[in-house]
Design a protein around this ligand. Sequence first.
Ligand code: ATP
Length: 234
Amino acid sequence: MLELKDINVSYGAIHAIHDVSLTVNDGEIVSLIGANGAGKTTILHTITGLKKPSSGIISYDGKDLIKTEASKIITLGMAHVPEGRHIFPSMTVFENLEMGAYIRNNREEISESINEVFERFPRLKERKKQLAGTLSGGEQQMLAVGRALMSKPKIILMDEPSMGLSPLLVKEIFAIIREVHRQEITVLLVEQNAKMALSIADRAYVLETGHISMSGDAKELLNNEKVKKAYLGL
Ligand code: ATP
């Protein structure tokens, strides 16, 4: 469904991504793990059209994403929950959710979707009139996911959702990702928190300084000695 083939990306003289190939099939949770600066965000930005690769192929549902304008990619059913959440802090929870539906225009359906998000995340419903900037980190992440759901995506790309959150909130995020997946939405999860990312995923890729160094069944990677030493602190 989503396929990257031999992708190379540079920032000027810095060759950040080297011949990266990966696939995400319909209905899967696929994790991309790697240390700080490995290139995870760059890969997501390349998929969503924010950054153009110097070579390689990216296709989604048979469409060439490299030739698709970044602003059109969301209309193909792909939503991005960016690193740092990027919610609109001076808007309410409700308004943030409405913003997530900007590509849709049927008011009734939008309102139905908002209700669905509130059913999934009752905490957001309780806080619907609260300014988003005053939410806790975990609630902001919940809102960022809720906002992404408002575009009715088939696939969600999540960039380090656990970043900056306490272990308890990381568990909550974990539950949110499972919830998204229960709605038959495919997930590509980018994480530094390898333990979380591998335990939730079907398959995973390990990115090291712009190269895919390992890939396979997520549970097998969780038990892989190299992964344990390098990413799980064991
Ligand atoms: P983190 O977990 O810290 O967000 P990451 O795995 O997402 O890291 P990227 O942000 O994709 O890594 O960065 C990959 C490499 O590309 C790094 O060496 C980084 O310094 C470099 N890089 C990223 N953005 C830019 C930019 N706008 N200009 C120049 N170099 C960049």
